[in-house]
Design a protein around this ligand. Structure first.
Ligand code: HEM
Length: 349
């Protein structure tokens, strides 16, 4: 079947598109085409009332209470990571960052990562490279085992983790979610959340390593500076795309589009437009100083409208604590390996 895809690079179109509600545009249908290893029955892929119900259920676990509950856990996880860093030697930060974010996502989605059943899930998540089906099977088994354990021993509906919320949820007709649905949601949340927060933290470390002054300002806790570092990192390196499918014919920016057309919002293209950002390739947190905000629709790493990422504040909060903790302990500097020959980065797979 022929499909119409459009790539959106105009902030004004982004603004209009994100303002459309679920009666006019679907996000789940569009995400389906971008889904990677996200599982089939979960918030990203639903539309309409099914989406709203599910989103309410999990988003409730990503607000204030969970964040505060998370704070000690974040600092402990970062301290453990920092202790493993070999000061004075060159090393790649990414693998250890992935461990920390896996740990934090396990905490959010399952509760205490050191509890017996959760530990197996966390380990499977640590070891999970981007899309290895073998590892995914290990993760599946660990999550199903934990669901079975909780079904047998009873779930605390008031616990702060997402799995407890899913296990105690009832549909309008009073039915429980099937184990497979709980599994799909839990795994998708952990993978998507961990991959994106890993990308954010790793890119922030990459940029800070080239900017000792920014590290000093972070260390001095200059008000608002950590937020600007994170905002600027997400501008330069947004880890995710956003898609929508039109439910009805619409026109944007003079283009008449049929129902069923897909619109792909690519933050990188917009975030690097010279007319929106001065010297767009440079890492300059101060461009987000109070009163100098970019126009609406030109900073969109978290998508927008009713589908805006519900994990945004949590990711931001974790990134801020982590970066402050890292610069408190280390001067981070980039290792500049001189390359004479250029080889394919992924090893010519
Ligand atoms: C730097 C970190 C993150 C970035 C950049 C990010 C980005 C995004 C983007 C672009 C979307 C699509 C929004 C749209 O269609 O308008 C999204 C959706 C979503 N994100 Fe995040 N995300 C991040 C972290 C997280 C975390 C930590 C969680 C929590 C576990 C999370 C959970 C979700 C969920 C459940 C959705 C689907 C929302 C819906 O369809 O209603 N994200 N995220």
């Amino acid at each position: 079947m022929q499909q119409t895809w459009l790539v959106v690079t105009e902030p004004e179109v982004v603004r209009e598109l994100f303002a459309r509600g679920p009666e006019a545009v679907d996000a789940g249908q569009a995400n389906f085409h971008l889904r990677g290893n996200v599982r089939l029955r979960n918030t990203f892929l639903f539309d309409g009332s099914e989406h709203l119900d599910r989103r309410r259920l999990i988003a409730g676990r990503m607000r204030g209470r969970s964040m505060i509950a998370n704070a000690d856990h974040v600092t402990e996880a970062i301290d453990r990571m920092a202790e493993s860093w070999p000061a004075g030697r060159r090393f790649a930060a990414l693998p250890s960052v992935r461990r920390v974010t896996s740990d934090l996502m396990t905490h959010l989605v399952l509760g205490d990562p050191d509890a017996d059943g959760n530990r197996a899930v966390r380990r499977a998540l640590w070891d999970h490279p981007a899309s290895d089906p073998g590892q995914l099977a290990v993760l599946d088994r660990a999550v199903f085992a934990e669901i079975a354990r909780r079904r047998a021993t009873g779930t605390n509906a008031r616990a702060a983790d997402c799995m407890s919320a899913l296990l105690s949820a009832r549909t309008n007709s009073g039915a429980m979610l099937a184990d497979r649905d709980v599994r799909d949601e839990v795994i998708s949340l952990m993978l998507a959340g961990a991959q994106k927060t890993t990308a954010l933290l790793a890119w922030a470390i990459h940029e800070l390593a080239r900017d000792p002054v920014a590290q000093e300002r972070l260390r001095a806790r200059e008000p608002g500076f950590a937020d600007r570092v994170i905002t600027e990192t997400l501008r330069l390196h947004p880890p995710h795309l956003t898609g929508r499918r039109l439910r009805e014919p619409m026109s944007f920016d003079g283009h008449d589009l049929p129902a069923g057309a897909f619109l792909l919002v690519t933050p990188t293209t917009i975030h690097r437009r010279k007319d929106l950002y001065d010297d767009p390739k440079a890492f300059r947190p101060d461009r987000f100083d109070v009163g100098r905000k970019p126009p609406v629709g030109s900073w969109l790493p978290y998508g927008g409208g009713v589908r805006r990422c519900p994990g945004a504040s949590l990711a931001h909060f974790e990134a801020r604590l982590s970066l402050e903790r890292i610069v408190d302990r280390f001067d981070v500097s980039a290792s500049r390996r001189r390359r004479i020959s250029v080889t394919p980065r992924t090893g010519a797979r």
